[in-house]
Ligand binder design. Structure first.
Ligand code: FAD
Length: 466
């Protein structure tokens, strides 16, 4: 028997059910990655994510090589590539781990139906703690509110035994042709990626080490430090989780082990696990409500009167030139590192969707292109949450005031100074305030009057409800 293992968003060898099953049950195993140009497959990934993917694939290939195996890379439509490889290698099995976004699910359903005529096909869950269809209300409907979802998830028992990394990887007698990584053209032509990637270490080993380090130290202050963008108060595991270099089951099990050993870290660990469950909730919602990829879950928002002429304002927001310091600091952190602190993601999203009335889909698209952790489910959930139109969203009338948010969560202005060097000399009490005409600072005037635009947003909301 010969298995093709199709790696997608599960770029790891430990606790990888498809990989484990292939190595356990087949005499030859061929690891495969396909760069598929279809919508929302890796070719459609944003530029920052493609850079991450390139490094993650290189890392996986190296791990496989160290175990006398290889990663076969192919570019093309997934079904065609799989059919070609089955013909070339005589494969009898195809294994993969499921992606739960609607586009991948539909594609995989069709591929499975076609391949089943020739070979055995099996898919597994490596991405979520529970299958989305296993956590339902008593009437069989999916949850739309986080807290009851989290409680129901806990009842299913979130701590699970892990699958070990297979000790032996059975190789094929003859390796099929592999394209070289550079041929996939994941990296940009202008080398802007080096500065961004200097902030990260990519791959399964680095991801697990980061989790261990986080649980050993940072997690103890997680509850308070997680809202402080100037400090490293969160795990920064999001890109590793997105690409599956680390799975949520591994996180839960290790967190439980630390909890047993360091009970003083209990509140931090519990809060951290609730964030892992927000990720789970995002995947769950997108599975049950696939239309939310493009549309608001709260359909009343289809009537909402968004701005229609906003290109210039959108560009100022994207470039971190809104004249609102905490917003610009966040947008520049994003541009330079491929990541933005969660508190600041909420602030910049609120300014875009409420003060500027720009449709949330524009923000979602920019984040998708620039975040190394861009994730369909988490991104859509985050944007709809802030815009007030998603499941269990922030109420629309809660409009963040970016000045007060800055003063509360970046009280010394450290974060703003780090990313906006032009404001480094400003006094602490002024650091979060927009510039006023004639004050001499080399910084743009504010993009909007915060209180006027807040009032307009509330009026639009009242009109929609009426
Ligand atoms: P930690 O605080 O260490 O949390 C651990 C993990 O839990 C994260 O890595 C992430 O996988 C998950 N998580 C934490 N918060 C959330 C949340 N609110 N929703 C879903 N999962 C969460 N996260 C993404 O991974 N990809 C995105 O594209 C994305 N887009 C967002 C857009 C907006 C407008 C907002 C408000 C949030 C978005 N988030 C997104 C959620 C969150 O901001 C990031 O997951 C988090 O900042 C990542 O940093 P961390 O790994 O240090 O988080």
């Amino acid at each position: 028997t010969c298995a093709l293992v199709w790696f997608r968003q599960d770029l790891r060898l430990a606790d990888n059910p498809a990989w484990f099953e292939a190595c356990r049950s087949c005499q030859q195993v061929i690891p495969l990655f396909i760069d598929d140009p279809s919508p929302q497959t890796p070719s459609q990934l944003g530029a920052a994510s493609r850079v991450w993917l390139a490094q993650s694939l290189a890392s996986l290939a190296k791990q496989l090589q160290a175990k006398s195996s290889r990663l076969v890379l192919r570019q093309g439509l997934a079904l065609t590539v799989l059919q070609d490889l089955i013909k070339e290698t005589g494969a009898s099995h195809v294994f993969w781990n499921r992606c739960y976004d609607p586009v991948s699910l539909e594609r995989d359903k069709q591929i499975k139906a076609r391949l089943k005529e020739q070979v055995q096909v099996q898919s597994f869950n490596a991405a979520l703690l529970r299958e989305p269809w296993q956590v339902l209300k008593s009437d069989g409907q999916p949850y739309k509110v986080y807290t009851p979802f989290w409680k129901a998830l806990l009842k299913t028992g979130i701590t699970q035994a892990l699958l070990p990394e297979p000790a032996i990887i059975p190789s094929p007698k003859q390796w099929p042709h592999s394209q070289v990584l550079a041929e996939l053209k994941l990296l940009p032509t202008l080398p802007w990626d080096q500065g961004m990637m200097a902030h990260w270490q990519v791959g399964e080993t680095a991801a697990y080490a980061k989790l261990q380090a986080f649980l050993a130290t940072t997690v103890q202050q997680y509850q308070t430090a997680r809202d402080r963008p100037a400090v490293v108060g969160t795990s920064r595991l999001s890109p590793h989780l997105h690409f599956g270099e680390l799975g949520p089951r591994q996180i839960v099990l290790l967190a439980e082990q630390y909890l047993a050993e360091y009970p003083e870290a209990s509140s931090g660990i519990q809060t951290f696990l609730q964030e892992i469950a927000w990720r789970e909730f995002a995947g769950y919602l997108l599975y049950h409500f696939p239309q939310t990829l493009h549309e608001p879950l709260d359909q009343r928002f289809n009537q909402f009167q968004w701005a229609t002429q906003y290109q210039v304002q959108l560009q100022r927001w994207q470039q971190g030139q809104t004249g609102i310091p905490i917003v610009d600091a966040g947008m520049r952190e994003l541009w330079q590192t491929g990541w933005m602190h969660n508190r600041v993601r909420m602030i910049v999203a609120s300014l875009l969707t409420k003060n500027l009335l720009i449709p949330w889909q524009e923000g979602e698209a920019w984040f998708r292109d620039t975040l190394v952790d861009a994730d369909l489910a988490n991104n859509v959930l985050g944007w709809q949450w802030v815009a007030g139109c998603g499941a269990d969203a922030a109420p629309y009338f809660r409009i963040f005031n970016p000045i007060l948010q800055g003063e509360k969560f970046d009280p010394a202005g450290e974060y703003v100074r780090r990313w906006l060097p032009e404001l480094a000399g400003r006094a602490v009490k002024e650091i979060h305030h927009p510039r006023v005409l004639g004050d001499g600072w080399n910084y743009p005037l504010p993009i909007t009057d915060l209180s006027l635009s807040r009032r307009l947003a509330l009026e639009r909301y009242a009109q929609m409800r009426a």
